[in-house]
Each structure stands twice: as structure tokens, then as C-alpha cells.
Write a protein that binds this ligand. Structure first.
Ligand SMILES: C[S@@+](CC[C@H](N)C(=O)[O-])C[C@H]1O[C@@H](n2cnc3c(N)ncnc32)[C@H](O)[C@@H]1O
Length: 485
């Protein structure tokens, strides 16, 4: 693979040709970029319209995987011979063609490049090889958004693939692992080009980090639940029974987290004849971590299997139906009735009774949603404050909380009053008259006890009675981020 000198030469060449995130995005515009997001090269080719400047040639070569005349592309590569020798370019006589995709990529933290296997464009169906290395996928971006923002000391990127998470993280020491040596080779290029220092290690799950602890672990492991078979796709099929790989990731995390450390996982879990949250609670509760688990979607076996057969490039092929039947039998034999897709975020809280919540949450969320997870973990202590302390606090409404009222036009009182979060998970709730009045008065000036007493006067109910009734609901409003300090 490429050594550090070659990687630096390649970076300089990419920069010299303005093959950078901002410049390429500006050139391709919204139309070209959304075309590429749909795996269509046509809008980009139309935009380039036969241009022969260095940036246009690199877009055709690295982004679209088109053959380019050797005489044209050679001087634009920085380290052409090293790239050919490493197998990253096919040098076919006077036409050269990239064997990998090199794509500008960026985040709030930095901008750089991602080196991965090529995304088939324009409807081409290419069954991936066993050691295929995925580029920036929607799952990669979602995982990056789930991470509570901040600067971390030690971070583990488990199953790094092309190394994309490294471009999104703010880490002093980054360890990136993978079971696939090819992934580590390409991650080394992505991270080297993007000037992210990382310790790359080969191995399964937590094996390469035995005895080590981290402030943050991020992973979208190969979570696809599929029948075990030789020649599995390493980037998505974990090779474990059912969702055992996800269970290993979760149950093994506490031993690798520093106190206060966070595990962020995007994945799938099996749904059986037991409630999904009950199964996942068995993984999480023994870790002693606080956790918030959101099930974003549930797919029936047919939808799930069709999705992943298409992903493997099998649509329309002879193996499609036999593989479909085998997969259905596997689900039936394993008692899997559907599959949950979602997010698990755990924090090593070290408290006697951790806060573990499961929610079906198919609704749109506000990005970056990682902030909402951070706020949730921070709110747990506030919500659990001793009663006297809780009443004495001067809570305020979250600044982006709004109130909506609905009812018949002209009616004296609204039929429904809804509190809606224009932030985080975008939660909404109907508080009812008394709670709405208390929340409405929470402006950070007066202790909660005084507000409840005032509202009890207005509503002509006993102040203690109202306080007893509202306390658990007010604690919930704090835990869920409606009321903040
Ligand atoms: C879905 S990809 C995620 C890649 C990348 N983290 C991202 O955000 O796009 C899963 C990665 O896990 C790796 N992997 C598969 N089995 C693994 C295992 N047992 N231990 C560690 N990594 C594994 C795969 O090679 C692949 O790179």
C-alpha cells in the first residue's frame, strides 16, 4: 500500500488541482451532488461538459471512475507509480482507470478525502467482493451525527471501514480497528490524506484493544442479520448467529469505557416473540450504563431480506430466489419475526440504578442529534435530584420549546395544547392545564415550588395535592429536555 511520502504527495496533488470538498461542491452544485448521492454520474458529466482542467480530470478519474488518458492523468496524481504499484490504479496502456474511489469529504471537524471501493454508478449492478470496503454511506453519516459533540481524549472507531468516522471525530488519540485488512489499508489512506492521526489495528470486536479503555467508542458494525455462509460480505454480515454481534458490542463496551465514557452504536436487532426492549435490556442492564435506545424502523422479513439481497447485487440473478428462501428459513428457525433498526447510546454512569430507556422513535429528529443524547445524559442527574432540591430549582423552558394550541375556530379554550421541541429528538407532548401553566411560568426566575403554589391558587386546588400529582411529570420533563437549568 501507499507509504506516508506517497500519501503526502497525493494530498498535495489533490490540493493543487482544487480537488477539495468546497471547490468540488461548488463546481458540481446541488444538482451534481444530489445526482452522485443517487449514484448517477450524468448531472456531473453534463456540468463538466468536456472541461479539461485538472479538477475536471480528477473528478472524472477519482469520483466517477472513468478511464482517462495516461498522459493527462499521470501528472495530476502526485505519486502515479506508487498508486499503480499499490493496485489503486489500473494502468491499461495509454488509458488509466482508478481501482478505488477517492472522494472529498468533510465535517465540522475537518475536510479531507475518503478512499474506498467504488460505488457502482448509473444502474450498474456489481456484486461486491467479500472484502469490499464501503465508502461514505447514509449509515456512516448517521453514526457521525449520533456522537455527542465535543473533544474526546481516547476514541475507538470499531469497524472503521474506509476510516470515515475519523474525519468527523475530534479525538486526541484515535484507535481504528477492522477485521478486514483491506479496510485498514484504505482507511490509512483516507486518514493520512485528511491528516488524522490514528492507530490502525487488525482484529475482531474488542480483541485488538484488550485491557484498554476509551472516552468514546463509535461503531456501525456489520449488523445485517443473515444466514451464516462462506463468502459473507465482511462489511455488513457479522458472521454471528442472529444479532449476537450487536450483543457482543454492547455487552463488551463497559469494560472498555472510562467512567463517563460513551458508546454510540447504529445497528439492527432481531425481534422475536418477546418485546424488543426486553431483549435489549438484558444486554444493557448488566453493563451498569445509562442508555437511550431508539428504534427508528421495523422491517418485516420480506422487506429486510429484499433490501440486503439488492445491496449484494443479487437482484435479477439466478441465486436471488434460492438465497431469499434460505434467508426466510433462517429467520423462521431462529424465531425472528421482524428486524428493528436503530440507535443505541450508552454512557458509563457508574450509578446504582442506571437510567435505561427504550423508545420507538420513527419521527424526524433535529441535527446534530448527538447533542440530544448528550443533553439526555446530563439531564438524568437533574431529573433525579432529591425532592427538596428539585422544588428549589429555578427551571426554565428550553429556549426552542414552543406551544401549539388547536381547537375549533372561535372556541373560548383550545381543545389541545401541545408542547413541541424544535430541537433534539423533536419530542411533543400534551401537558394538560396545570402542567402547561407551570411550564409556561418556568423562566428561570422563581423556584419550582413557588410556581406550583401559584398555579394551585389559580386553579383552586390544594397546593400539596398538585405538587404530588405534578412531581413525576415534572421530573420527566427535565429528563426529556423540556425544562432545563
Ligand atoms: C458497516 S461497515 C462500517 C464502516 C464505517 N465505520 C462507516 O461508518 O461507514 C462495518 C465495518 O466493520 C468491519 N467488521 C466486520 N466484522 C468485524 C469484526 N468482527 N470486528 C471488527 N470489525 C468488523 C467491516 O470490515 C466494516 O469495515
Amino acid at each position: 500500500m501507499l507509504d506516508d511520502t506517497a500519501i503526502s504527495a497525493l494530498r498535495r496533488a489533490l490540493q493543487d488541482a482544487d480537488y477539495t470538498l468546497d471547490a468540488v461542491s461548488e463546481r458540481l452544485g446541488e444538482t451534481g451532488l444530489s445526482g452522485l448521492a443517487r449514484n448517477s454520474s450524468v448531472p456531473t458529466l453534463r456540468t463538466l461538459a468536456g472541461a479539461t482542467d485538472a479538477q475536471a480530470e480528477l473528478i472524472r478519474f477519482w469520483l466517477l471512475g472513468r478511464p482517462v488518458a495516461a498522459a493527462t492523468i499521470r501528472p495530476l496524481l502526485g505519486c502515479p507509480d506508487a498508486l499503480v504499484q499499490a493496485g489503486l490504479i489500473h494502468a491499461n496502456g495509454d488509458q488509466w482507470q482508478a481501482a478505488v474511489e477517492l472522494k472529498p469529504h468533510g465535517s465540522q471537524a475537518r475536510s479531507g478525502w475518503i478512499c474506498s471501493d467504488q460505488t457502482p454508478l448509473d444502474g450498474r449492478i456489481v456484486p461486491p467482493s467479500e472484502d469490499f470496503v464501503l465508502g461514505a454511506s447514509p449509515a456512516s453519516t448517521t453514526l457521525a451525527q449520533l456522537v455527542p459533540p465535543g473533544h474526546y481524549g481516547t476514541v475507538l472507531d470499531l469497524g472503521t471501514g474506509c476510516g470515515i468516522q475519523g474525519l468527523h471525530l475530534n479525538a486526541e488519540n484515535l484507535v481504528a480497528t477492522d477485521l478486514n485488512q483491506r479496510a485498514l489499508d484504505l482507511a490509512r489512506i483516507s486518514l493520512g490524506l485528511s491528516e488524522v492521526t490514528a492507530d490502525l489495528r487488525l482484529g475482531s470486536l474488542y480483541e485488538p484493544v484488550a485491557g484498554e479503555r476509551f472516552d468514546l467508542i463509535v461503531t456501525n458494525p456489520p449488523y445485517v442479520i443473515s444466514p451464516p455462509r462462506p463468502g459473507r460480505l465482511i462489511y455488513r454480515d457479522g458472521g454471528f448467529a442472529g444479532d449476537d454481534l450487536m450483543r457482543e458490542v454492547v455487552t463488551g463496551a463497559a469494560a472498555h469505557l472510562n467512567p463517563g465514557g460513551v458508546l454510540v452504536v447504529l445497528g439492527n436487532w432481531a425481534i422475536t416473540d418477546r418485546p424488543w426492549d426486553e431483549r435489549l435490556a438484558e444486554w444493557i442492564t448488566p453493563t451498569g450504563c445509562d442508555a437511550l435506545v431508539l428504534q427508528r424502523e421495523v422491517l418485516d422479513p420480506y422487506e429486510y431480506i429484499e433490501l440486503w439481497l439488492a445491496d449484494a447485487g443479487l437482484a435479477g440473478r439466478a441465486e436471488y430466489l434460492p438465497r431469499y428462501r434460505q434467508w426466510l428459513d433462517y429467520f423462521a428457525d431462529s424465531g425472528i419475526t421482524s428486524v428493528g433498526l436503530g440507535w443505541l447510546v450508552l454512557r458509563r454512569a457508574e450509578r446504582a440504578h442506571p437510567e435505561v430507556r427504550f423508545e420507538d422513535w420513527p419521527h424526524a429528529v433535529h441535527q446534530p442529534v448527538g447533542t440530544a443524547f448528550a443533553d439526555f445524559f446530563a439531564a438524568v442527574d437533574d431529573a433525579r435530584a432529591p425532592e427538596a432540591e428539585f422544588w428549589a430549582r429555578c427551571w426554565r423552558q428550553h429556549p426552542e420549546l414552543t406551544q401549539e394550541t388547536f381547537g375549533e375556530p372561535g372556541a373560548a379554550d383550545p381543545e389541545h395544547l401541545v408542547l413541541r421541541q424544535g430541537y433534539g429528538f423533536g419530542r411533543a407532548m400534551e401537558p394538560g392545564t396545570a402542567l402547561a401553566a407551570v411550564v409556561g411560568a418556568c423562566d428561570g426566575e422563581l423556584p419550582l415550588a413557588a410556581l406550583v403554589a401559584a398555579v394551585s391558587g389559580l386553579l383552586e386546588v390544594g397546593s400539596q395535592e398538585l405538587a404530588d400529582d405534578l412531581l413525576p411529570r415534572l421530573r420527566e420533563l427535565v429528563a426529556l429536555g423540556y425544562l432545563v437549568r
